[in-house]
Design a protein. Structure first.
Length: 533
């Protein structure tokens, strides 16, 4: 029996705790948070709508981030600024201030007694006697004055001016002041009110001014603390406003949670798409054979050996395996082309670390330049041509055809690079010592084209600038490799590179250790090769 009662109590007690927690959060915590942190912004919205409707859009509340509408800025002195297009009489405005802030009837005399009677009554009733301060030197010149400028000022200039007028009022300055600004650009006028937070708030002062400027009576739900009695309709509408604050806070909370769930869902879908590549061969599906990326498979032990001995990240090794130095955009057609026609020679500017600066690194591929009858002058000429073309193109994507000795077709391409880094270029490996794999001859790892041999590269020269664009010179390795085929290559290459990036990321996550993630900027950057439209 006791076990049964305990079980029933457990079933009832836990849901009750959850329900109470939800009710406390929704009806107690959220309203407090909203009223403390969000009421100023929401009341500003209400006041702006009120002024727009009351004056047909001719009176605006200027928001400069330093004013106070609901006194939540924790400053002793607040300010509020109205900008309007209505005709204005400064004498009527002074009378408005006197009649509202000074004693009834006797305020026009501007005496100390008249000033103190009504003001002291309002302040002490609402804020206590500690907020009251006698003004021994009361004059209209330091309470209501005009700010004149030689020429009309802009909104930005006006805010700069009032920054100097809105500092904390000192001991010899009044507790409140109203400044009339008659010379704003586009024939506009302004009213700046500086006031002690104990006297009033911006909402009440705006209401007070609007009551005298408006041809009709303002809306009753705008509170004015200068009125001693507040009708029940106003109190009821004030409570409704508080519940509107609560509803807005709950809505924002739900929107935030919904957006977080949606982002997580989108991220999971991207991860599923990344895992969809079962093999690297799928990267070339639907692409002509002569545009396929060169691929060589290496055992995982060999990859780890290269990583440990050459001190290079696994993503860079994977890129070199699947693409044969993709930063120089090399292409391979396998053994169908005689090797004696192939040639390779590249000069590439790599992004070394700051202490190493930017160096020009010479890379010789398997096909020697001298072996196939290409002298140094030809190579230098080709490099100068590629460099000159790189500087002559300002577009993000451009091509240029030119011929060379032996009538080998050639194409120059220029593609954009997305800042702050490029996935492939950022993963180019570097090493300060040779790498020896399986008893083979040590290979100096200055760039990966020298590491894996056996493929006839057809890139004769390239010039890659590590800037906003990537420039390269593609040279066909045989005369039968036509310009039409190279055009097809340029069209297909961006899609291959995008798929390759996703595949390399997926393979790297399956192979590498946690320490390798420090060398993988691909988690936040993307390949930047795009087709021109």
């Amino acid at each position: 029996m006791s076990r049964c009662s305990t079980f029933v109590t457990f079933l009832i007690y836990d849901p009750l705790k959850i329900l109470v927690s939800v009710l406390v959060t929704v009806f107690l915590v959220l309203p407090v948070i909203v009223i403390v942190f969000g009421s100023n912004a929401i009341v500003r919205l209400f006041v702006s709508c009120y002024l727009h409707l009351q004056f047909d859009g001719k009176v605006r509340l200027v928001s400069d981030g330093k004013d106070g509408i609901f006194c939540h800025l924790r400053k002793v002195y607040l300010r509020t600024l109205l900008e309007y297009d209505l005709p204005f009489d400064i004498e009527k405005f002074e009378k408005l201030i006197k009649n509202n802030l000074l004693s009834d009837g006797g305020g026009s005399s501007g005496t100390k007694d008249a000033y103190g009677w009504k003001m002291r009554q309002v302040i002490t009733q609402q804020c206590g006697y500690f907020c009251w301060k006698e003004d021994e030197n009361f004059t209209w010149s330091n309470h209501c004055r005009t700010l004149s400028t030689e020429k009309p000022v802009s909104r930005k200039q006006l805010l700069n001016i009032i920054d100097g007028l809105s500092d904390d009022l000192g001991e010899l300055q009044p507790q409140w002041e109203v400044i009339y600004i008659p010379n704003i650009e586009n024939k506009r006028f302004g009213i700046l009110v500086n006031f002690h937070h104990g006297y009033s708030d911006g909402l009440a002062l705006i209401t007070m001014i609007a009551e005298r400027l408006s041809p009709v009576k303002p809306f009753p739900y705008v509170l004015n603390p200068l009125v001693n009695t507040v009708p029940w309709q106003t109190r009821l509408l004030f409570d409704v406003k508080v519940y509107l604050f609560l509803g807005w806070a709950v809505l924002k909370l739900y929107l935030f949670l919904g957006w977080a769930v949606l982002k997580r869902f989108i991220r999971s879908r991207k991860n599923q798409d990344m895992k969809a590549f079962a093999s690297v061969d799928e990267l070339d599906e639907g692409i002509p054979e002569h545009c396929h990326l060169a691929k060589v498979d290496l055992p995982s032990d060999t990859i780890k050996t290269i990583r440990n001995m050459a001190n290079v990240p696994i993503p860079a090794i994977l890129i070199s395996i699947y693409t044969k130095s993709l930063e120089t955009i090399l292409i391979s057609r396998g053994d169908t082309v005689p090797k004696e026609i192939a040639c390779g020679y590249t000069v590439t500017k790599f992004p070394y670390k700051k202490e190493l600066s930017n160096r020009m690194v010479l890379i010789e591929t398997e096909a020697s330049v001298h072996k196939y009858g290409l002298d140094d002058n030809l190579v230098s000429s080709l490099e100068e041509t590629a460099t000159g073309l790189s500087k002559s193109f300002d577009e993000c994507y451009a091509t240029h055809d030119f011929s060379m000795v032996g009538k080998l077709p050639c194409k120059f391409i220029k593609v954009p690079r997305i800042a702050p880094g490029w996935f492939l270029h950022a993963n180019i490996p570097f090493a300060r010592k040779p790498v020896k794999i399986g008893g083979a001859v040590p290979v100096a790892v200055s760039a990966w084209p020298t590491l894996i041999r056996g493929y006839p590269y057809q890139l004769v020269a390239s010039n890659i600038s590590y800037g906003k664009t990537i420039s390269a010179c593609l040279i066909a390795k045989a005369s039968k490799f036509s310009l039409e085929e190279m055009d097809e290559l340029v069209k297909q290459l961006p899609r291959q590179l995008k798929a390759l990036e996703r595949y390399v990321c997926q393979q790297a996550h399956a192979t590498m250790n946690d320490q390798d993630f420090d060398c993988l900027p691909a988690r936040t950057s993307h390949i930047c090769l795009h087709n021109a439209k």
